[in-house]
Design a binder for this molecule. Structure first.
Ligand code: SDX
Length: 428
């Protein structure tokens, strides 16, 4: 019996519902028996007030701008950890010992190659296909190649599928890029780090050796850390809902990729850089800020605002710092960065954005870095999907191994016609 109860007066009766407390964050009112007791549903399109599950992976305090992965602040992980170590942490719950991390790295490294027949999937796409269209198709197709590990009730099958997905996403993403520019695919090089291998598969060519620039490798790895997991965001919730039916993990990740593609979600990094380029020079910023405030104009500041963060997005803070590091390492500048800095400054001093608590999110600066490293904007969301696969896989495992897990099946508020008899066409 929960110590705290919530009372509901409804239909002339009073109902008690248990209040559950987490390790931190808002309490939840357990309404699992609400329909059975009251005959009524709750109504929460967009799930703004609804907790869909219990999770121990990631915690966000939107008012304080806090993001924790298994309790560790994102700023500390970005500063001191690696993407592979963060992946291990999310999957296993604790930071690894040195030998555990070495074993994990080795395991992932040995799963980076694709089945040779998967290469042929790429040749079915147009060269100008969006990389996210390719990622949806190829990741979903993985389920056709791994019949040895699709029994999701078997923890060992779940483990190898998880490792395969994490390991193969860089290869799949790099191949999508190579295909789009007509260059030959690069095979993984097991002597490189996870991120160094990705950079070589993306920017290397068979005709000459590729030198990974340590500062770029570090920045890319940090960007992956920043995108690894983020509570029950739209794409993670999509993966959980797909997984709740017992669908295989490859199909579930393909569903997550599809959802992430949307410009309101992971597609915002591509949209944000396109917006900054459209704005061009800082003198044009006020016009776009006014457009963003105009209710009759569908334009929004891409890379601004967040469902949960009503203070700064801690990932954006790290991302802005990383822009400067990459520019210095590559000895480049980009006038778009200056425009972004001035746009942030002006928006954060504008009453509309202050009142609605709209701050730059993870997508606002990421495109500037990715562009400086050499990625086309069309690859930005594919890189987000690459990194978020770690979170999707960890969340999927958490859900499948939860003994209370049931298929997700929301109800609705029906507003259509009530029952009526069929009318033959000659009588309508
Ligand atoms: C990601 O959920 C996650 O954790 C996602 C993510 C992750 O790691 O998985 O963090 C990644 O998706 C980041 C968000 C990327 N998307 C964008 O940058 C697109 C632009 N942002 C918006 O579309 C919007 O802010 C959302 C979608 C991010 C959040 O939308 P909400 O929570 O549904 O908020 P809302 O649309 O109800 O907006 C509240 C108000 C509205 O005004 P009113 O109707 O109350 O008058 O703020 C306004 C909105 O019009 N508003 C904006 C705005 N974002 C919200 N106005 C101008 N520009 C914006 N960017």
């Amino acid at each position: 019996m929960a110590d705290k109860q919530a009372k509901l007066d409804f239909g002339g009766n009073t109902f008690d519902f248990p209040v559950l407390e987490g390790a931190t964050g808002p309490d939840v009112i357990d309404i699992r028996k609400l329909y059975g007791q009251t005959g009524a549903f709750t109504f929460d399109p967009g799930y703004k007030s609804t907790a869909s599950c219990e999770s121990a992976l990631t915690y966000i305090d939107g008012n304080e701008g806090v993001l924790l992965h298994r309790g560790y602040p994102i700023g500390q992980l970005a500063e001191h950890s690696s993407f592979m170590e963060t992946a291990y942490l999310l999957l296993n719950g604790e930071l690894p010992q040195a030998d555990e991390l070495t074993d994990f790295n080795d395991t992932i490294t040995r799963h980076t190659m694709l089945h040779d027949q998967l290469n042929k999937f790429y040749y079915g796409f147009r060269r100008d296909a969006h990389p996210m269209a390719i990622m949806c198709g190829v990741v979903g197709a993985l389920s056709a190649f791994y019949h040895d590990s699709t029994d999701i009730s078997d923890p060992e099958h779940r483990k190898i599928s998880s490792h395969r997905l994490i390991a193969k996403m860089p290869t799949i993403a790099a191949m999508a890029y190579k295909y789009s520019i007509g260059q030959p695919f690069m095979q993984p090089d097991n002597s490189l780090s996870y991120t160094g291998n990705f950079l070589r598969m993306t920017f290397g060519v068979p005709a000459e050796p590729y030198e990974v620039i340590p500062a770029v490798e570090r920045a890319m790895d940090r960007i992956f850390i920043l995108h690894a997991d983020h509570e029950q965001n739209a794409s993670t919730s999509t993966v959980r809902l797909a997984g709740s039916s017992g669908a295989n993990p490859f199909a579930c990740m393909a569903a997550g990729i599809a959802c992430l593609w949307g410009p309101a979600h992971g597609g915002a990094n591509e949209a944000a850089l396109n917006m900054l380029k459209e704005i061009g020079t800082p003198d044009r910023i006020p016009h776009y800020i006014e457009r963003a405030k105009d209710k009759n104009d569908p334009f929004r500041l891409m890379g601004f605002g967040h469902r949960v963060y009503k203070n700064h997005d801690p990932r954006a803070t790290v991302m802005q710092k990383t822009v400067r590091e990459v520019f210095e390492a590559l000895n480049v500048t980009d006038p778009v960065f200056e425009t972004a800095l001035q746009l942030e400054e002006m928006a954060l001093n504008d009453d509309y954005f202050k009142e609605k608590k709209l701050f730059p999110n993870v997508d606002f600066y990421s495109g500037i870095i990715l562009s400086a490293i050499g990625f086309p904007t069309t690859m930005f969301t594919a890189l987000f999907a690459l990194a978020r696969t770690v979170g999707w896989v960890a969340q999927w495992n958490e859900m499948i191994s939860d003994p209370a897990q049931v298929i997700g099946r929301p109800r609705q508020l029906y507003t259509g016609p009530t029952s009526r008899d069929y009318v033959p066409v000659n009588k309508r």
